[in-house]
Design a protein around this ligand. Sequence first.
Ligand code: NAP
Length: 326
Amino acid sequence: MKAIQITEFGGPEVLTCTEVAEPTPAANEVRVKLYAAGVNPNETYIRTGTYSFLVPELPYTPGFDGAGIVDGVGEGVGHLKVGDRVFVAALLAKRNTGTYAQKVVCDSNAVHRLPESISYQAGAALGIPALTAYRALFHRAKIKPGETVLIHGASGGVGVLAVQMAKGIGANVIGTASTEEGRSLVKASGAAHALNHITENSIDKILSLTNGKGPDVIIEFLANVNLETDLKIIAPYGRIIIVGNRGSLEINPRLAMMKEADILGLALFNALPHEYNESLHAVEAFLESGILQPEIGEELALEDVRKAHEQITSQNARGKIVLSID
Ligand code: NAP
């Protein structure tokens, strides 16, 4: 079968399309014939061999997310059978042979049913983004219906799903994006307001949208740029969840002290097994109820994976980048 492999760490050029043996499912494992795979920023960090959570043995086939049909089940798998439409969310699976491939084998608990109404491409956009959005809102922020949440970076793979989930449980959502196209997507996903990313100059704008109080929760995707501003706009006793960060900054901790604001980190790799399973069941329920509608920004062929890795860290977001697989 066709798969992307890396045999050395480096830039996008180390991603090579090659023929590999089809993997066989062992007990409690499932093999999925994939029609699409999701591309995430952390897969670009893993490719360089410098990612703090995972430095894989080589050769390595990247990819945790995908969607397709079950085409093999190991002993002991009760909830899935050959032919089922499924999505794969294998970040925390004990075994995952990599979704940038025609087939993947992974633990059966990482494989969940995909409703007929959701395309394989959209199913491949769930995995890490959906688990991250769920963990940010529910495990870390403990958001409640009626609260106001600012999704600071709402146009990307995680942001769009976070907007949909927050809106779906009755929160008041404000989202940001740097382009008009991104802001339209944020509005269409359910945000009451879509703004440019907040800077020192737009603090008044966000305060006026929240009756001077500020958002109860901020889900932050570029903390090294925004954390000081977030502390200026967060409501008293509010919670700021750091999901994305690409550097350092200086902040005045007094801002957190004055409001008794909480700054909470999030690393999906730290999710406990029961939290992982809970999140996946919630994602399945959100899909079935129509709350989650993943948005595909760009669809590339598996063979164009190098371009996908270049784009995900360099261009403005509009939903999710997925690889289509023949
Ligand atoms: P993505 O699809 O590339 O989206 C990136 C998002 O960041 C876009 O909405 C982008 O908005 C926004 N952004 C850009 N500049 C910003 C700024 N100045 N302020 C606020 N937001 C800004 O990536 P993704 O998959 O959604 O992931 C988003 C981030 O979360 C990445 O850094 C990723 O590594 C991280 N992440 C972390 C975890 C974890 O476990 N901690 C899990 C998943 C993802 P525009 O393009 O419209 O400017």
